[in-house]
Ligand binder design. Structure first.
Ligand code: AVJ
Length: 327
């Protein structure tokens, strides 16, 4: 892999995604054929979806991003200290790498930074921005689904690995899936590996529900954009104005559940296949789990990690955990 002429430390994007439409088509058709229809939330993040998500992060109701940023801002020095000198920093779902900058400002001689994101456009642009601001930092962008990583960049094998997994994106995974993902991460990191994990905490359901039902309708647009993407990339004919965004907190499961609800009985075509919707029928598009500290500690232990430290905000809205691989 080669750096560019203008940014010698910025490697070209390594692409581990299968030819996009194949997997996308397969996953969408599979989800729509189920008796209870569902679509994987990772497909929210096309170029438009990534943009809408950035807008969500700025919403008054969406306390997550600003709270996590404030925690990072306050404690990034300590976090960088636990990673130590010369670590290889890997990030799951790097997006614009905004929070990461706070870490990078304090890290001592990081060997390289490997941002992993599923959105190629967003990853490429963010890596370039970062290269401009951190000209000394070796950046090795990886376009991949972080939940499905075959291997790490070869030259990072010897350095101590530190995985940064912010945003409470872990909340998109069920308990079993999350443990599987953390276990994969422990294996990837190996002995001495560290994980900095951002997780949204349980709180007043009204606060939770407002965060996923904003007044400006940005979250609704983000959810509906998945149908726009299917229409464009898979020759779909979803009538976007015949679906509602619906999000609520399920206290039994401890998660926000997000759906697209068919306003009428209708037939929709995707990639040549016809799908029948009854009036009011939902497609589940996302879960967003909310955690207790004990629940997180238990999940981490089941995956081979030990919780070493945690940082939270004064309202206990959000938690950043430092975990170490325990072999
Ligand atoms: C990126 C998964 C953390 O669950 O809060 C925001 C995605 N969905 N609004 C979340 C999301 C609707 C977000 N994560």
């Amino acid at each position: 892999m080669q750096g560019s002429a203008t940014h010698p430390c910025l490697m070209s994007v390594r692409d581990l995604l299968p030819p996009s439409s194949d997997q996308f088509r397969e996953d969408v058709l599979h989800g729509l054929r189920l008796p209870e229809k569902e679509l994987p939330c990772k497909y929210f993040y096309d170029a438009r979806g990534s943009q809408l998500f950035e807008q969500i992060c700025d919403l008054d109701e969406y306390y997550l991003t600003r709270t996590e940023l404030a925690i990072m801002d306050r404690h990034a020095g300590e976090m960088a200290d636990v990673f130590g000198r010369k670590c290889l920093l890997i990030e799951y779902g790097s997006g614009s790498s905004i929070k990461t900058r706070l870490l990078l400002d304090h890290l001592k001689e990081p060997v390289a930074y490997v941002p992993i994101d599923i959105s190629r456009e967003h990853l490429t642009e963010s890596a370039l921005n970062l290269a401009e601001q951190y000209p000394q930092l070796k950046i090795m962008p990886l376009c991949a689904d972080f939940a499905n990583l075959p291997s790490l960049p070869a030259n990072g094998k010897s350095a101590r690995k530190a995985v940064y997994f912010p945003g409470s994106t872990i909340g998109n995974f069920t308990r079993d899936e999350a443990i599987g993902l953390l276990r994969q991460t422990a294996r990837l990191c190996g002995l001495g590996g560290r994980l900095l994990l951002g997780a949204d905490l349980k709180k007043d359901p009204r606060v939770l529900e407002a965060a996923y039902n904003d007044d400006k309708g940005v979250t609704a647009a983000f959810n509906l954009n998945l149908l726009v993407r299917i229409n464009r990339e898979l020759e779909g004919d979803f009538p976007i104005d015949r679906f509602w965004h619906h999000a609520f907190y399920n206290p039994t499961q401890g998660r926000i559940e997000i759906y697209l609800i068919s306003q009428v009985a209708q037939r929709v075509r995707v990639a040549g296949e016809v799908f029948q919707f009854s009036e009011g029928e939902p497609i589940r598009t996302e879960y967003s789990y909310k955690y207790s500290i004990d629940g997180l500690r238990e999940m981490a232990a089941a995956a081979g990690f030990e919780v070493k430290h945690g940082w939270t905000d004064d309202r206990n809205n959000f938690l950043v955990l430092y975990l170490a691989v325990r072999f």
